[in-house]
Design a protein around this ligand. Structure first.
Ligand SMILES: [Zn+2]
Length: 278
């Protein structure tokens, strides 16, 4: 298939009662692994890359790899910009053929944050591409910035934020944590409150470590997309690390890279199947 438009992907998920995983890529190996994992599970999802990782793989390169990776797949897969940190990154990704965009202007004061999200939504909507915005902040590490404070999404701000930004999907903070967290405390009552007042579907970042039963519960309250970065990255690093532990002279990059693709794709397949078991 071709990369699928983000609006179409969300419609497909809603119709079939799927949660869409969004798997973070960094390079060629991760991108093929994600596409392979989704294809083998025969379930839809996103390949996504954060602004931070565009330092290694610029939007044109990663879009080209992604198009190639999904061409033999028969399950819908979109290409998403995760934590788009600048309008320049957003434009470069749209021009490169990304099918879904997140704007992260959370470093700005509230009114400027809204203005930046609105500007991004207006731009992307001209090209028929949906925009994810974030209200609230997550603990953990993202974009090399470590956030110690947890700032859960305030349900009283949701309706106004969604309306004023024009966003099509909303990332929220309800106890989810960026990075590897073994026991995140997901606040389901808060999610239920947010879902009541939100006119758009909801996204959880920091999916690694959230138990499947909790995700199934979230599905009842508007969850449409869940981000996974750390779980896949760990598989990638583990593949090389284990070989190095055994042999400090290990240098067979092609076999290790192929093994990394296999290990990461198995993890992606496991996760997408797990969240859609119910
Ligand atoms: Zn995130």
């Amino acid at each position: 298939m071709k990369l699928v438009n983000g609006f179409d992907l969300m419609e497909y998920a809603k119709k079939n009662n799927y949660v869409l995983p969004a798997f973070n890529t960094t390079n060629l190996e991760m991108t093929y692994a994600i596409a392979n994992g989704l294809t083998e599970a025969n379930l839809p999802g996103y390949i996504q890359i954060s602004s931070n990782n565009l330092r290694l793989s610029n939007p044109r390169i990663i879009a080209e790899i992604a198009r190639d990776a999904v061409k033999c797949s028969e399950t819908p897969i979109g290409l998403h910009l995760d934590h788009g940190k600048s309008f320049e990154d957003v434009k470069a990704c749209v021009e490169a053929g990304f099918t879904s965009i997140m704007v992260d202007a959370s470093h700005l004061p509230y009114e400027e944050n809204i203005a930046e999200c609105k500007r991004t939504a207006d731009y992307c909507h001209f090209y028929g591409i949906p925009v994810e915005a974030e209200l609230g902040a997550l603990q953990g590490k993202e974009e090399d910035i470590v956030n110690e404070a947890e700032c859960k999404t305030d349900p009283d701000m949701v309706a106004e934020f969604v309306e004023r930004t024009g966003c099509d999907v909303l990332a929220i903070s309800i106890g989810n944590v960026h990075g590897l967290c073994l026991n995140p405390q997901i606040d389901i009552p808060l999610l239920a409150k947010i879902n009541e007042v939100s006119s758009v579907p909801l996204v959880l970042h920091g999916g690694s470590g959230i138990p499947k039963e909790v995700i199934w519960e979230c599905k009842k309250y508007g969850l449409i997309k869940i981000n996974y970065g750390s779980d896949l990255r760990k598989e990638f690093v583990r593949t090389f690390g284990e070989e190095y532990e055994v042999d400090h002279n290990a240098h067979d990059v092609i076999h290790l890279s192929l093994a990394a693709v296999k290990n990461v794709s198995e993890k992606a397949k496991e996760l997408v199947s797990m969240i859609n078991e119910k």
